[in-house]
Ligand binder design. Structure first.
Ligand SMILES: O=C(O)CCC(=O)C(=O)O
Ligand SMILES: [Fe+2]
Length: 224
């Protein structure tokens, strides 16, 4: 699929000090990105991919039982591969985030992978961690939400839990331009059932490039 030339200018700014202070202090951070061409272009692309049936049911590992997966998660996804101006912009944004976080927190972030996701009505993702403790592959998770006018009654919140407990630390409304970042090995989280289509980009900065998303395995990554 192709997008018309968008002339994407400028990446959304974020407050790196606040974001990194939050990460260091509590392991997660939520902010609202100022609107920029990139956000609208990503939202448009996500919706088009979904309408064109280019997103497929997500898995939770290799070769597992389809029914088991459906008990855990009900989203459809598609890996970003940098093939549109919107995706190129998002990789550039992720690179800016990587540099700021490495500079301040020395997390050794190296490579980045991300997929579009849609949760159709009833879609959810049960409580999980994005990386097994000690695996040190996915280090920083980020989710950018692409839904305009998301009402609290639309559900689909990202529920953030305290490590090793059932205490809910935050419920993030998946509103257009909201970015949630958290430490992949430490912060359990879940997506509660959505009542309307819920679009997002889930991404992971890794400390290596092993096991990268299939869409990126044969591509050079935008690492400076
Ligand atoms: O979309 C969200 O809010 C979180 C998605 C998620 O946890 C994941 O894809 O691993
Ligand atoms: Fe997750």
């Amino acid at each position: 699929m192709s997008l018309p030339a968008l002339g994407l200018t400028g990446l959304p700014a974020f407050n790196a000090d606040t974001l990194c202070d939050d990460l260091a202090g509590q392991g997660w951070s939520v902010c609202r990105l100022a609107d920029a061409d990139m956000l609208g272009a990503l939202a448009q692309e996500a919706e088009t991919l979904w309408q064109d049936c280019e997103m497929t049911a997500a898995g939770i590992g290799r070769g597992e039982d389809h029914e088991l997966v459906r008990q855990v998660r009900r989203d459809k996804t598609r890996w970003l591969d940098g093939s549109s101006p919107a995706q190129t912009a998002y990789f550039a944004f992720a690179e800016a985030l990587r540099r700021e976080v490495n500079y301040r927190l020395m997390l050794g972030l190296f490579a980045f992978e991300a997929h579009y996701a849609v949760y159709e009505p009833g879609g959810f993702y049960k409580r999980h961690l994005d990386s097994f403790r000690g695996a040190r592959n996915r280090v920083l998770s980020s989710v950018l939400y692409l839904n305009r006018d998301w009402d609290a009654a639309d559900g689909g919140h990202l529920r953030i839990y305290a490590p090793d407990s059932d205490q809910v630390l935050d419920e993030v409304r998946p509103e257009f331009g909201t970015l949630a970042v958290f430490l992949s090995e430490d912060i359990p989280h879940e997506v509660i059932p959505a009542r309307r289509e819920r679009f997002s980009i889930a991404g992971w900065h890794r400390c290596n490039d092993r096991g990268l998303a299939p869409a990126l395995q044969t591509r050079a990554l935008p690492i400076a």
